[in-house]
Ligand binder design. Sequence first.
Ligand SMILES: Cc1cc2nc3c(=O)[nH]c(=O)nc-3n(C[C@H](O)[C@H](O)[C@H](O)COP(=O)(O)OP(=O)(O)OC[C@H]3O[C@@H](n4cnc5c(N)ncnc54)[C@H](O)[C@@H]3O)c2cc1C
Length: 361
Amino acid sequence: MPRTALVIGAGIGGLAAAIGLRRVGWSVRVLERAPVIAEVGAGLTLWPNAVRALAALGLDVTDHSVSTISRGNILTPRGRWVRRNHPEDVGVLAIHRAELHDVLRKALPESALHTDAEVTAVSTDGTVTCAGEELHADLVVAADGVNSITRRTLWSGDPVFQYRTVWRGVTSVGPVQESLTMGRGLQFGVLPLREDRAYWFLTANEPRANTLYGDDRAEVLRRVGDWHEPIPQLVAATPPDQVLHNDMLDIDPVPTFVKDRVVLLGDAAHAMTPDLGQGACQALEDAVVLAAHADDLSTYDRERRARVHPMMAAARAGVARNSNTSALRHCALLVAARLIPPTAWRKATAQWANWQPPKLP
Ligand SMILES: Cc1cc2nc3c(=O)[nH]c(=O)nc-3n(C[C@H](O)[C@H](O)[C@H](O)COP(=O)(O)OP(=O)(O)OC[C@H]3O[C@@H](n4cnc5c(N)ncnc54)[C@H](O)[C@@H]3O)c2cc1C
């Protein structure tokens, strides 16, 4: 009899975990509370570590993505160049989240995916209460996101609001070049997606969690409407109801990802702010390492914490850097970005991107 796993959550992490476990012979059921398994959201950068994780799961998203550089071209709001892409920069794939999610979902049989399946309780012996029914498995993978009910009940730790907020959109105004425009406490990023679409985001300081703006697109334009081209054009061309707005949340590091038969994976285990663009990449890595060590969860626990805890700290350092509004420090940041040698720049990103997946049995 194959061993059994219940995966809570059909986000990028949960689907990848299900694919990995099935590859090593487990029987897997994915429980998703939403009525359909789909991903909204805008774009995503997949660093080389994530591309290798996908390959280890037997997946290739080259045809769904654009090969580009993240954070290589840096400008001021008036369009002055601070730094240009360099051949030594680490490349990334830019992909629409829905397309990545679709690739993952299609790698699983429909029979493994259960919708309208909200998990309300989990215990460490592998029992899960889902839609009023008790289910049992050899392994429970909690991939239920930053607000994970599993983490909050079996571990502890509510999400932490980082006093930052982000707007995102996908639109098309013709070909765009990757760029990051740095204002004081404000960053506007642009990444090309397939079919001449562009993914844009604006991050900003936010004193209160859950602040709502009646018209998100108008709010973004209020902040960056006079920034260099094509920023105002990209925002104006995005249908108002397709501008997404979220607060930036992360969690404090948890001391273990494993309790008996339950493991945390993805944002449930290590939600971090998007400052490194590594959250989903790490969920993919988790999935591969879990599949490789499903019989030895202590190795999963040890390897994954050693990998992601420094990254969580680096993401928080990124929050501190990016939220700065002092003119002096902002100027120092731009000067540093201009002067830092390409090899040092590469080293800063390569430390996260250089991961190699374990071989799956
Ligand atoms: C603005 C922004 C930009 C980002 N950019 C990048 C990037 O460029 N690169 C990158 O790698 N990462 C990025 N990230 C991070 C990335 O989005 C997340 O790390 C990743 O999506 C986490 O996936 P997950 O599957 O762990 O969690 P989620 O995507 O949150 O999925 C959790 C799933 O669990 C389900 N669920 C929750 N509770 C229950 C329950 N009780 N019962 C059943 N189902 C449940 C939910 O409905 C959901 O489907 C970004 C994040 C943000 C906010």
